[in-house]
Design a protein around this ligand. Structure first.
Ligand code: PEP
Ligand code: MG
Length: 314
């Protein structure tokens, strides 16, 4: 339970059989790094860079970005830090990036699409990241948001390599890239599943709209099947598959995600203790059985119940 989890010594994330499942932090600002480490983060699984851009009417300079990324990477010597390049769109409009009104911003020029349309911004961000990497000891991974095609994957990975980024991957948060994950992962070094957007796009329900909030449930077996596709592709290609959406912070769902093939989980640092404690109660074989029970359900509520029942079996 929560109290026991909070008082237990902090160990690295692992299953009952010793399988390591690195537990990482989602951060929106380098200021949160020390607290994340104190709460047991083994690194950063999602660093959202939007904060650097949203507060100003102009793009931050390479120097400003280098300073922010250096501060982040310096807090995690020897640890993995996954930075996501700017995820902007008409839902988070930036005067210097996209000003066109869109009827359906979630389906518009956002994420890697918007960066491609303003490639200078992406090039400057990669420049700053490579410079910060050279100045620090962290293990920097860089990923692109909202990748929908194999071609976008090839584009981003090739560009990142041009700037000396050693580990370049993509977020899988659109069903098309989950369905073609085997091909995406022949080009990308890793995938990180953003379950918030993957659920939104699978269920065709705006994640910001209260009237359809009941659809925004990552336990839905349709979402779980897509995650399984990515997990299978990761295994087949020998590539890591992380999870960085809210789903990873739900302890039982975290077990399901590992059973579906996730190799690391990233979440709000306050969720780390409970997830760590729950993972320790199940072996990888058990996680696969629990995941199969959830996958066999027809809706989110019954998937949750099926997983609870499977987890309670000895
Ligand atoms: C996601 O979509 O699950 C994700 C992690 O990205 P964001 O919430 O920033 O869109
Ligand atoms: Mg997202």
């Amino acid at each position: 339970d929560r109290a026991a989890a909070a008082s237990a010594p902090i160990t690295d994330g692992a299953l009952a059989d010793g399988t390591a499942i690195p537990l990482l932090a989602n951060l929106g600002n380098a200021d949160g790094a020390a607290e994340a480490v104190a709460l047991g983060a083994e690194g950063v699984g999602l660093f959202r860079t939007e904060f650097l851009f949203l507060s100003s009417s102009q793009a931050p300079t390479v120097e400003q970005q280098r300073e922010a990324y250096t501060k982040l990477l310096a807090a995690f010597p020897g640890k993995k830090v996954v930075v996501r390049v700017l995820d902007a769109g008409a839902d988070k409009p930036l005067a210097f990036l996209n000003d066109a009104h869109e009827e359906n911003p979630a389906l518009g020029l956002r994420g890697i699409r918007a960066l491609r349309a303003s490639e200078d911004i992406l090039r400057e961000q990669l420049t700053a990241l490579a410079e910060a990497d050279a100045a620090t000891q962290a293990d920097l991974w860089v990923m692109a948001p909202m990748v929908a095609t194999v071609e976008e994957t090839e584009y981003f990975v090739a560009l990142a390599r041009d700037y000396g980024i050693k580990t370049a991957g993509v977020m899988v948060e659109v069903p098309s890239s989950a369905l073609l994950a085997d091909r995406v992962l022949t080009h990308a070094d890793f995938a990180s599943i953003g379950t918030n957007d993957l659920t939104q796009y699978t269920m065709a329900a705006d994640r910001l709209l209260g009237s359809v909030a009941s659809f925004q449930d990552p336990w839905h077996p349709a979402v779980l099947r897509l995650i399984r596709e990515v997990g299978d592709a990761g295994r087949a290609n020998g590539k890591p598959v992380g999870i960085c959406g809210e789903a990873a912070a739900d302890p039982l769902l975290a077990v399901v995600l590992v059973g579906l093939g996730a190799t690391s989980l990233s979440m709000a640092p306050t969720a780390l203790a409970d997830v760590r404690a729950t993972l320790l109660q199940h072996t990888l074989d058990q996680a696969c059985v629990i995941a199969s029970a959830a996958l066999a359900a027809s809706d989110a509520a019954s998937a949750r119940v099926a997983a609870q029942e499977a987890a309670a079996r000895p």
